[in-house]
Design a protein around this ligand. Structure first.
Ligand SMILES: Cc1ncc(COP(=O)(O)O)c(C=O)c1O
Length: 500
C-alpha cells in the first residue's frame, strides 16, 4: 500500500460511492478497487510526528551491561560508559548467588515454563517465590505476575471492576501501570494532589462510607523520590472505610530490616524485633512489588489476604492468559529476595552512597530535588535541554543518564534522574560531579539557587533548597556523627558559576 501523504484521522474514512449500474457483485468489486482504503501508515506517521514535535518521542540508547564491570556498560559504538540510571540498585542482577540460582534452574528446567499457570506452567519455583513474597510482607498470600506493571494492572483492574460501584482515589503522581489498571477497571477515579492528605480527606468525605473505595499510592515515587505519608493514609482509610493499595516497586529490597519497603522501614524497630502486629505493613491491604529493580531479576507480584489474592488469581485475564515466568528468572528472584531478607548490608551501603552523591551534587550547586529516598532528581525544566544534557554526558563524558520528559513528568519539570547503586565508587561519583558541572556550565542550565528563587511559584518539591531528613537514620545505618566516611571526601570542586 503506497503512502502518498499524511492524513489526519478525520480525513481517512471516506464514503464508498457506486461507480457502475451493472450487477451488485461487480459494483462491489469496482467500489473496492476505486475507493480509498484507510491510510494506516499515514496515520502512524502523523502520530509519530506529533510525538516528535512535542518532544515526547522516545529515543532508546543501546546500553549493554557488563556483568563483571557493573555499573559500566558498552554502547553500540563499543565505548565504555558509566550508567547512572539503572534500577538494579543493589547489583543483584550480577550477584554470584543470584546468578548461580538462575543457572541451576536453567540447567534443571530449560528456558521456558512451557505454559500458563493453568496449563503446565505452575511449578516449585513459583510456589517458593510466592511464599517468599508473602512472608516478606507479612501477608497470607502472594501472586506472581509477569512484571510490576502487570501486577498493578491486574490488581487494580480486578478489584476496581469487581467491587460494586468502587471508587479509586489515586495520587496525582501514580505510575502509568496503576493508571492503566484503574482505567481498565471502569471504576470511578478521583485524583488527589500528590501526598496531600487534606485533599485526600476532602475527597473521601464526599463518598458514602458504604461505597467500596481503594486509596492507591506509591510508597516512594520513582520520578520525584518523594515518600508517601503512609500512616496518615492508613488512618484515613480506616476512618472512611477504604482499602489501601501501596505500590512498593521502588522500595522493596531497599528499605526496612528485611527489605519489605517503606512501610516496613517506618516501623523499623518493631519489624527488627519480629513484632509486625498493628504496624503500617500490617495495615496496608494490598502491596504491589517487583523483582525487576532492587532484586535484579524479573517479574512482579501482589501480596494481600488469601481471598484478595485468590480473587485476582481467579478473575484477572492478565494473570490467567499468559505464560508463566521462566523458572531461571524465578529462581534468581527468590535468591535475591531471600538474600535481602537476611542482610541489611547492601541497603545500608546504598543509603550511604545516596547521601554521598546527594551531598556532592548539592555542594557544587547542582539542583537536586530534595527528598528522603534513594532517587536523586536533577531539575532542568526543559525537554530539549534535558535531552541535550543527556546526549552531552554520553558523548563527551561517557556517562549515561536518561532524560525524563513529559509525559513521565509534567512539562516544565523535565529532569535527569540520577540513581546511585552500591557499585558506584567514589571515583565514579567524582567523575559524575565533574561532568555534570561541565554540562551545566556549557548549556547554561539553572543552578540550585536559581531554582530556589522560583520555587515559591511552583510545586514545593521543586524547591532544591528544601532540607529533609533521610529515611535511613544515622542510627539505622550504624554511623556516628564523627565518622569521617559519612559523606565521603569533601568535594574539592568549585561551585557552579553559570546560572541562567
Ligand atoms: C512505581 C512503579 N510501579 C510499577 C512499575 C512497573 O514495574 P516493572 O518494571 O517491574 O514492570 C514501575 C516501573 O518503573 C514503577 O516505577
Amino acid at each position: 500500500m503506497a503512502v502518498s501523504r499524511v492524513l489526519t484521522p478525520r480525513a481517512v474514512v471516506r464514503p464508498i460511492v457506486a461507480t457502475s449500474v451493472f450487477g451488485a457483485r461487480r459494483r462491489h468489486l469496482q467500489q473496492a478497487a476505486s475507493s480509498a482504503t484507510f491510510d494506516y501508515e499515514g496515520l502512524y506517521e502523523t502520530l509519530l510526528h506529533r510525538k516528535k514535535q512535542d518532544g515526547s518521542y522516545r529515543y532508546f540508547k543501546n546500553i549493554n551491561r557488563h556483568v563483571h564491570h557493573y555499573p559500566y556498560a558498552r554502547t553500540e559504538a563499543d565505548k565504555r560508559v558509566a550508567v547512572w540510571c539503572s534500577n538494579d540498585y543493589l547489583g543483584m542482577g550480577k550477584n554470584p548467588r543470584v546468578m548461580q540460582a538462575a543457572e541451576e534452574a536453567l540447567n534443571s528446567y530449560g528456558v521456558t515454563a512451557g505454559g500458563s499457570r493453568n496449563i503446565g506452567g505452575h511449578n516449585d519455583q513459583i510456589i517458593a517465590l510466592e511464599n517468599a513474597c508473602a512472608r516478606l510482607h507479612g501477608k497470607e498470600s502472594a501472586l506472581l505476575l509477569t512484571s510490576g506493571f502487570v501486577a498493578n494492572e491486574a490488581g487494580l483492574t480486578t478489584l476496581g471492576a469487581r467491587l460494586p460501584g468502587c471508587v479509586i482515589l489515586s495520587d496525582q503522581l501514580n505510575h502509568a501501570s496503576m493508571i492503566q489498571g484503574m482505567r481498565h477497571s471502569g471504576a470511578k477515579k478521583i485524583i488527589f494532589a500528590h501526598n496531600d492528605m487534606a485533599d485526600l480527606e476532602q475527597k473521601l468525605a464526599t463518598l458514602p462510607r458504604s461505597v467500596p473505595k481503594i486509596i492507591a499510592f506509591e510508597s516512594v515515587y520513582s520520578m520525584t523520590g518523594s515518600v508517601a505519608p503512609i500512616a496518615r493514609i492508613c488512618d484515613l482509610a480506616d476512618q472512611y472505610g477504604a482499602l489501601t493499595y501501596a505500590d512498593e516497586v521502588h522500595a522493596v529490597g531497599l528499605y526496612g530490616p528485611h527489605g519489605a519497603g517503606i512501610a516496613e522501614h517506618l516501623d523499623f524497630a518493631a519489624h527488627e524485633a519480629g513484632q509486625p502486629h498493628g504496624t503500617l505493613m500490617d495495615r496496608i491491604d494490598i502491596v504491589a512489588g517487583t523483582l525487576t529493580k532492587a532484586y535484579g531479576a524479573y517479574g512482579g507480584y501482589l501480596a494481600a489476604s488469601a481471598r484478595t489474592i485468590d480473587v485476582v488469581r481467579s478473575l484477572s485475564p492478565s494473570f490467567i492468559f499468559t505464560t508463566a515466568l521462566p523458572p531461571m528468572v524465578l529462581a534468581a528472584g527468590r535468591a535475591a529476595v531471600e538474600e535481602q531478607m537476611n542482610t541489611m548490608a547492601d541497603r545500608r551501603a546504598l543509603a550511604l552512597k545516596t547521601r554521598q552523591v546527594k551531598h556532592a551534587l548539592a555542594a557544587v550547586g547542582l539542583p537536586v530535588i530534595a527528598n528522603t529516598s534513594h532517587i536523586i532528581p536533577l531539575l532542568i525544566g526543559d525537554a530539549e535541554l534535558t535531552r541535550a544534557a543527556s546526549e552531552m554526558l554520553l558523548r563527551d563524558y561517557q556517562i549515561y543518564i536518561q532524560p525524563i520528559n513529559y509525559p513521565t513528568v509534567p512539562v516544565g519539570e523535565e529532569r535527569l534522574r540520577v540513581v546511585p547503586t552500591t557499585d558506584h565508587t567514589e571515583q565514579i561519583t567524582a567523575e559524575l560531579v565533574h561532568a555534570l558541572q561541565a554540562v551545566w556550565t556549557r548549556l547554561g542550565l539553572k543552578d540550585r539557587h536559581a531554582w530556589a528563587r522560583e520555587a515559591e511559584q511552583r510545586h514545593p518539591l521543586m524547591d532544591p533548597a528544601l532540607e529533609v531528613e533521610d529515611l535511613w537514620t544515622d542510627e539505622q545505618l550504624g554511623i556516628r556523627a564523627q565518622d569521617p566516611f559519612l559523606y565521603g571526601q569533601e568535594s574539592e570542586l568549585e561551585p557552579l558559576r553559570a546560572s541562567a
